[in-house]
Write a protein that binds this ligand. Structure first.
Ligand code: AMP
Ligand code: MG
Length: 457
């Protein structure tokens, strides 16, 4: 056993996880990280470097949430059932006139509820009645003028009486259409008042928000064509091992291709980092140390392989020679037990065991949150869920296991089964899986039908 492994402990999964999390919190306290302004669609998946504020009230007007009729709730409360339909307002339109008692304005979802009306009755609870025209003679104006709906500015079409006073158009209207309303509504029903979601100037998205589809939509709604986001952290990836050749090379009979650099690069990119793939490091301390130094120029370093107890597992030694501080040198998990976490100066590193499944599991459990923290986002929790176990599962106690598994089944009855595998080198098992089944360290057996925890990927 090398000295580095002795100086820092092998922790339980929970303790190791918490150690990484605490480092993430410390990192997030730092100020003044570099940021850049990018177009909205380039901001997808990035992290906000400054808050997005409401440029107007959300919603900006009293918004109807149903198709139906805007009315005075009080009219219905006092027993009125038949209303005059005085107009129609579609989404994007403005209905200019105040709605008087006894009147209803047909309204569509998303439209602005006219002044005066305080509730919307769903169209399902109404019945239109056509009434013969009355007293149309001698009136000026056509029906379409009387049923005035207008987009935009309300003040460009006023009606004046003989004396030149402004006269509400309502006074000119004929009672040609009625609607019978079969239910009462409470004031405010099916109406979202202006500013109910956010007031002008209010923070819609905080600094540090990860920009997924919902956040991008909110920024778009606030008129932000571009956003200030943090620069992506550069994450160096260094695979070690004399057995490795690059993907484009032809492996000898006992050689394998360096696939871990690719799983890690894909994972880093997925959680908002910029992967920097370094050349393969041999199991030779001088060259390995050189390449580690190269990797430490990035914001974070991920190493694959060389952290087990073998004679040629030199990663911890090389790191130690560069003044590394180790926070743990193993975790009681399977796969991935030899995982190492520490820093050289202020640069965090993880030494991940080289087996292809181990590398992915340990990234998921530990390194992901560090990449997220370095990109300015609060550490996200593991994406755990529950599912019903499909078959009995036997194991040994002592380690928390994260085994490649498949969740299937419906919305309310997810089921999970472990993917048969040849151990932590089995990349095919990893590629078939869509989650990891979690086996707690004190369980020897999981029983068919019990609810178990999975970590989704
Ligand atoms: P190590 O952790 O260095 O003992 O590596 C354990 C095993 O993982 C090796 O024997 C290889 O079979 C495999 N391995 C290590 N590094 C890689 C890599 N970069 N890509 C694919 N497989 C790897
Ligand atoms: Mg190795």
């Amino acid at each position: 056993m090398n000295t580095a492994a002795q100086s820092a402990g092998v922790l339980s999964f929970e303790d190791a996880y918490e150690v990484v999390r605490e480092h993430c919190r410390q990192i997030l306290k730092a100020e003044g990280w570099p940021s850049e302004e990018v177009l909205l669609m380039q901001a997808v998946g990035r992290v906000l470097a400054e808050p997005v504020k409401a440029d107007r009230d959300f919603p900006p007007f009293a918004r109807a949430t149903r198709d139906g009729f805007a009315v005075h709730a009080g009219d219905l409360a006092r027993g009125l059932t038949t209303f005059r339909v005085v107009g129609q307002v579609r989404a994007g339109d403005t209905y200019d006139l105040p709605v008087a008692s006894g009147e209803a304005v047909e309204i569509m979802t998303g439209a602005a509820v006219p002044a005066g009306a305080d509730a919307v009755v769903m169209v399902e609870y109404t019945e239109r009645k056509s009434v013969p025209e009355i007293d149309r003679k001698g009136r000026e104006g056509t029906q379409s003028e009387e049923y005035k709906v207008r987009a935009g500015n309300a003040n460009d079409d006023q009606i004046l009486d003989i004396a030149g006073h402004e006269k509400p158009k309502r006074a000119e209207k004929l009672t040609e259409e009625l609607v019978e309303i079969q239910r009462t509504v409470a004031a405010g029903e099916n109406v979202v008042p202006p500013g109910a979601e956010a007031r002008i100037g209010q923070e819609l998205l905080p600094r540090g928000a990860r920009l997924g589809p919902a956040q991008i939509a909110l920024a778009a709604a606030a008129g932000r064509a571009s956003l200030k986001v943090y620069r992506k952290p550069r994450v160096a990836i260094l695979s070690t091992g004399d057995e490795l050749v690059e993907v484009a090379e032809k492996p000898g009979p006992s050689q394998i291709r360096n696939s871990n650099s690719y799983s890690l690069a894909a994972l880093v990119a997925e959680c908002g980092g910029e992967p920097v793939q370094l050349p393969i490091a041999p199991d030779e301390e001088g060259k390995l140390t050189e390449l580690i130094q190269e990797g430490l120029k990035a914001d974070m370093l991920l190493l694959s392989g060389g952290v087990s107890m073998g004679k040629f597992d030199l990663v911890e030694q090389a790191l130690k020679s560069l003044g590394a501080q180790f926070f743990f040198t193993g975790a009681l998990i399977q796969p991935g037990k030899p995982v190492v976490f520490g820093e050289v100066g202020s640069i965090p590193f993880f030494g991940l065991p080289g087996n292809p499944v181990s590398v992915m599991v340990t990234f998921e459990l530990f390194a992901r949150q560090m990449v997220e923290a370095l990109s300015g986002a609060g550490p996200s929790r593991l994406k755990s869920a529950s599912a019903k176990l499909k078959k009995d599962f036997k194991t040994k106690t002592g380690l928390t296991r994260f085994l490649p598994a498949i969740v299937s089944g419906g919305l309310y009855d997810p089921e999970v089964e472990v993917v048969p595998w040849q151990g932590s080198g089995d990349m095919l098992a990893a590629a078939r899986a869509n989650c990891y089944l979690v086996v707690p360290p004190d369980r020897e057996k999981l029983v068919k039908g019990e609810m178990v925890t999975v970590v989704m990927r």
